[in-house]
Design a protein. Structure first.
Length: 126
């Protein structure tokens, strides 16, 4: 199966040995996104809601670069430093997704890159 990288300047550049996304057949695997502003490379200013929105903006930009949207997502994983923010994730996800919603996991982690409070990745059916 051919694997094709997907890259866009509308989302933060990869900061390691990975691609923003890989298209494999009819599936798009999006790498985890943290709340980095793609124009500055810095963490977005603001509270947890601003961080969550930036994460989903970044995921949407990568999906868009592959000709898809987050509404094509079949699985989303959300990683939170504090699960107390699970409610905000649910509220904000509704701005990016329509029913039927994708399968999802949400887990609390000890830490995320660059001190982020939230990270998410996705699998998208093309």
């Amino acid at each position: 199966m051919k694997r094709e990288p997907v890259q866009t300047d509308a989302a933060p550049a990869a900061i390691g040995t990975y691609s923003q996304a890989i298209r494999a057949g009819d599936t798009l695997y999006l790498s985890g996104q943290i709340p980095l502003d793609p124009t500055t490379g810095d963490m977005v200013n603001g509270d947890i809601r601003a961080q969550i929105r930036q994460v989903f903006d970044n995921l949407a930009a990568v999906a868009g670069a592959a000709g898809a949207s987050l509404n094509n997502a079949v699985k989303i994983n959300v990683f939170l430093v504090d699960l107390a923010h699970f409610g905000e994730v649910n509220e904000i996800m509704m701005d990016y997704l329509q029913s039927p919603y994708p399968a999802r996991a949400a887990v609390q982690v000890a830490a995320l890159p660059r001190g982020a409070a939230v990270e998410a990745d996705a699998i998208i059916a093309l």
